[in-house]
Each structure stands twice: as C-alpha cells, then as structure tokens.
Design a binder for this molecule. Structure first.
Ligand SMILES: Nc1ncnc2c1ncn2[C@@H]1O[C@H](COP(=O)(O)OP(=O)(O)OP(=O)(O)O)[C@@H](O)[C@H]1O
Length: 221
C-alpha cells in the first residue's frame, strides 16, 4: 500500500509550521523524520492520524483520496503519540484484549520480553518507560498497514530500545512505518529512508552527516 502526502500546510496563527511538504510511505519501508524541537514532526503525524486539521493537504492511500477523520474507523494508521493515551485504572492483562482483538496478536504482546513481569499491574502504576514500551507493543501488533511512532525510544532504557528496534525490523516488511525520535542513531538503525524537517520543508537525507548540514546536529552548518 502507498500513503501519499502532498502539499501539506499547517499554520499556527501567522507561523507556518508545514509548508507545502510532500512525503510517500509504502508498506515495506520505514521512514525516519528528524528535526529540531518545534520543527513540526508531531504536527505532521497528528494531521495524518486525524486529530489535527491541516490548512491544506492532499492525502491518498493507493491513489484514492484519504480523509484522516476516517482513519480510526478504517484502521489504516496506528499512531503512538508522545503522551500516554491508555486508561490508568485497568490492569495490563485486561487492557491488551481490549485494544487487540486477534488472539495471536494479543499473544505477541503478552509474550514480548518483560511483559509477564508487569501484566498484573494497573496502567496507572507503571513507570513512564514501561508505559511507553507497552503502548508501543499494543500499536505495533495491531493489524494496521501503517504505523507512526512519535518518540518511541524516549524515556525507555537501553535494553528495551533493542527490543523495540527488533520489533520494528520484524514488522518492516508488512507495514509502512514513520518514526521520529531525538535518539537519532537508534532511529537510523531501523529506517530505510530519512528526511529532515527544517523551516516547514522535508528534505531527503542520504547520510547521517546531512543531519549536521541541515542544522539538526552540531557541526557543519
Ligand atoms: N495547538 C497548537 N497551537 C499553537 N502552536 C502549536 C500547537 N501545537 C504545536 N504548536 C507549535 O508548533 C510547533 C511544532 O510543534 P511540534 O510538536 O509539531 O514539534 P516537534 O517537531 O514534534 O517538536 P519536538 O521534537 O519538541 O517534539 C511548535 O513551535 C509548537 O509550539
């Protein structure tokens, strides 16, 4: 499947955050988006997910116009936001079947490393890192063809970084994945194509050095 984003524009007041950017994401590829704080990476994902409206955009899935407001019902794009979205009062083991209906996919979450050590806990009692890891697993193992990950590695310890990387790599063939995180080395390890978002425009980058060239990393400007 192919998700196409054409001429996406977003302004907050007089500030242009996204300026006519375009992006393609196919199932089978993992695309990294890098950019400084406030560059507009989360804004782009929120627009694609349907929780924020663009000032202008043309979106297509397999060349058919796509309205993000239909995304949740259509189960096309799963989205890990920066902030937790799970109900705090439920136990992990009771929540997993509420989010994932398919038994085999539920088991992929239940049998992921570490889950057995906290599946009897309530969501509200999990540490921030464990909560993020659980949210990642729940969304990664949904059947949706596209997955957007907004900072999946932040707050998470190095051992879980490795597990998340492995899961992303294992899903790469079947999903189109969009990922952004300031752990740029970790993101770079799992991506097949990368962009940097500067001044509202997405530029394709070929080498990690380009992150300095575009002013995301210190060094060359
Ligand atoms: N609802 C809003 N109203 C006004 N300004 C907003 C709103 N949401 C985001 N912004 C602004 O838009 C800009 C882009 O924000 P966004 O969260 O997309 O950045 P980001 O690239 O994800 O940054 P970070 O790396 O810090 O997560 C920021 O300057 C932010 O303050």
């Amino acid at each position: 499947m192919l998700l196409e984003v054409k001429k996406i524009e977003k302004n907050f007041g007089t500030r242009a955050i996204l300026k006519q950017g375009s992006l393609e994401l196919r199932t089978g590829e993992t695309v990294g988006i890098f950019g400084r704080n406030g560059a507009g990476k989360s804004t782009l994902m929120k627009i694609l997910f349907g929780t924020m409206r663009a000032n202008a955009s043309s979106l297509y899935i397999d060349s058919i116009p796509f309205n993000p407001s239909t995304n949740i019902a259509g189960k096309l794009i799963a989205y890990l936001p920066q902030h937790s979205f799970l109900p705090r009062g439920l136990k992990v083991r009771d929540l997993i079947p509420l989010i994932i209906s398919d038994g085999e996919r539920q088991n992929q979450v239940f049998y992921s490393p570490g889950v057995a050590s906290f599946d009897n806990q309530r969501i509200g009692s999990l540490s921030l890192g464990i909560l993020k890891y659980l949210e990642f697993l729940l969304l990664a193992y949904l059947d949706h063809p596209f997955l957007m990950l907004d900072e999946p590695f932040s707050m998470i310890d190095p051992l879980y970084h490795e597990i998340i990387k492995k899961v992303i790599l294992s899903l790469r063939a079947s999903k189109g994945i969009l990922v952004t995180d300031h752990y740029y080395d970790t993101v770079w390890d799992v991506t097949t194509r990368n962009y940097v978002l500067v001044d509202g425009s997405l530029s394709l980058i070929k080498a990690k050095d380009d992150l300095s060239t575009y002013g995301y990393l210190p060094g060359r400007k």
